[in-house]
Design a binder for this molecule. Structure first.
Ligand code: OAD
Ligand code: ZN
Length: 252
């Protein structure tokens, strides 16, 4: 299975990756579905909505600050690094991710399309103010603050710059993702349940336009029925091995 995947990848002309929460699981970032832990009382899906934010912005902000703090301490794992290396080798052309954790870029991937936003960015609920707290160096201060965060420009409430349930995806990112999917002759689908749309159209578009679908996941997912190769396993372990095999083939 993995040998077949390596051959397809080494022979591909325009490969892309489509990733979900599972690729960051080995970095210690909890996934969404099958999630239980600190937030047993509140399902993330129930906190990640505009309604929840209107009703109880304190609760939603405490959830996001908890995730920001957890994610800032997380480091990329072998799967993120393998994708960055495949890009440097000229094999992988882009990573389309549903994750908001920034770990692809931190691992060195350059062409990253974020479909669901970025947890380190905040934006104003009234004006066009946006800030990346990691880049502005305000993250520590922001996480310590107990009051609700306010826009420095207009004083309105700030919100996380992520996509919530029921909200449209950032148009440019979605268009870019679909364009890449149409061009791709292979997609590596890693660590996603593949049930959240429109993101989950990405591997379907690749398939419909004649491309190969390689999936890596310890469990079957919504994508598995269209996968040409399904590799059962953890992203970090499988991608480490896959990268070695592709390197071997590239040097032949
Ligand atoms: P999910 O939590 O739905 O799915 C995680 C997937 O990762 C599952 O299929 C697991 O089997 C798999 N998995 C777990 N550990 C893994 C490992 N070590 N290696 C590889 N795979 C592993 O996460 P997503 O599919 O990303 O949306 O969820 C999609 C969207 O739903 C998220 O972006 C978020 C969420 O609600 C928004 O917030 C809009
Ligand atoms: Zn504002």
């Amino acid at each position: 299975m993995i040998g077949e995947a390596a051959k397809l990848l080494a022979r591909s002309r325009f490969a892309i990756a489509f990733t979900g929460a599972g690729i960051s699981a080995e970095s210690g970032v909890p996934t969404f579905r099958g999630f239980n832990g600190l937030w047993k009382m509140h399902r993330p899906e129930e906190l990640a909505t505009p309604e929840a934010f209107r009703k109880d912005p304190h609760l939603v902000w405490s959830f996001y600050k908890w995730r920001m703090d957890l994610i800032r301490k997380a480091r990329p794992n072998r799967a993120h690094y393998a994708l960055a290396e495949l890009e440097r080798m000229g094999i992988l052309k882009a990573v389309i991710t549903q994750n908001v954790d920034d770990l692809h870029r931190e691992a060195g991937s350059r062409n990253v399309v974020e479909l669901h936003g970025n947890i380190f960015r905040v934006r104003c609920t009234s004006c066009s103010y946006r800030e990346n707290l990691k880049e502005s160096g305000r993250l520590d201060e922001f996480l310590k603050e107990r009051d609700l965060p306010k826009c420095p420009r207009c004083g309105s409430l700030l919100r996380p710059d992520v996509v919530w349930f029921g909200e449209p995806l950032p148009r440019k990112s979605l268009e870019e993702a679909f364009r890449l999917a149409e061009r791709a002759d292979l997609v590596l689908v890693i660590g996603t349940s593949g049930v959240v749309y429109p993101a989950a159209y990405v591997p379907q578009i690749v398939k419909e336009t004649g491309g190969k679908v390689i999936e890596i996941n310890p469990e079957e997912s919504g994508i598995t029925p269209i996968a040409d190769v399904f590799i059962r396993g953890k992203a970090g372990e499988v991608m480490g091995e896959l990268l070695e095999l592709v390197r071997g083939l590239a040097n032949e």
